[in-house]
Design a protein around this ligand. Structure first.
Ligand code: ZN
Ligand code: ZN
Length: 130
């Protein structure tokens, strides 16, 4: 079975799951931009029941109605997004994973909010967006 491990920058928050992610996608929305400070947020959607936090759960912040964002209280790394719209899922930031190179995004959301100078080539499509 496939296994994925991730951690924040300082290592205080660690997580792992077995199996394949449900989906991997870039989000271009302004909310995610502010939450991370990055031009785009790439998420790995995982069934919450498959996830373990061996060192304890990360700190959380409610960024809007029904949305919980988690982060490391020690180093500040953003960890994940959880929304009431997807109650069984947790959406981790791809950059936290040891094997991030193996987690290839398949799609993009909120493209209308994409920064106009950001162009992403989707693996396999050979097509540039925007
Ligand atoms: Zn940390
Ligand atoms: Zn977003």
């Amino acid at each position: 079975m496939t296994r994925f491990d991730g951690s924040c920058q300082c290592g205080a928050v660690r997580f792992e799951f077995e199996g394949d992610p449900k989906w991997i996608a870039h989000c271009h929305c302004a909310d995610c931009r502010r939450a991370t400070g990055a031009a785009v947020s790439t998420y790995v959607g995982v069934e919450l029941e498959n996830v373990r936090f061996p060192a304890g759960a990360p700190s959380t912040y409610s960024s809007s109605e029904g949305v919980t964002r988690s982060f490391c209280a020690d180093c500040g790394s953003p960890i994940a997004y959880q929304g009431e719209r997807w109650p069984s899922e947790i959406h981790f930031f791809v950059g936290l994973f040891e094997r991030a190179a193996d987690l290839v995004p398949q799609g993009q959301v909120y493209e209308a909010e994409r920064l106009p100078w950001l162009h992403i080539v989707m693996e396999g499509s050979g097509k540039k967006t925007g």
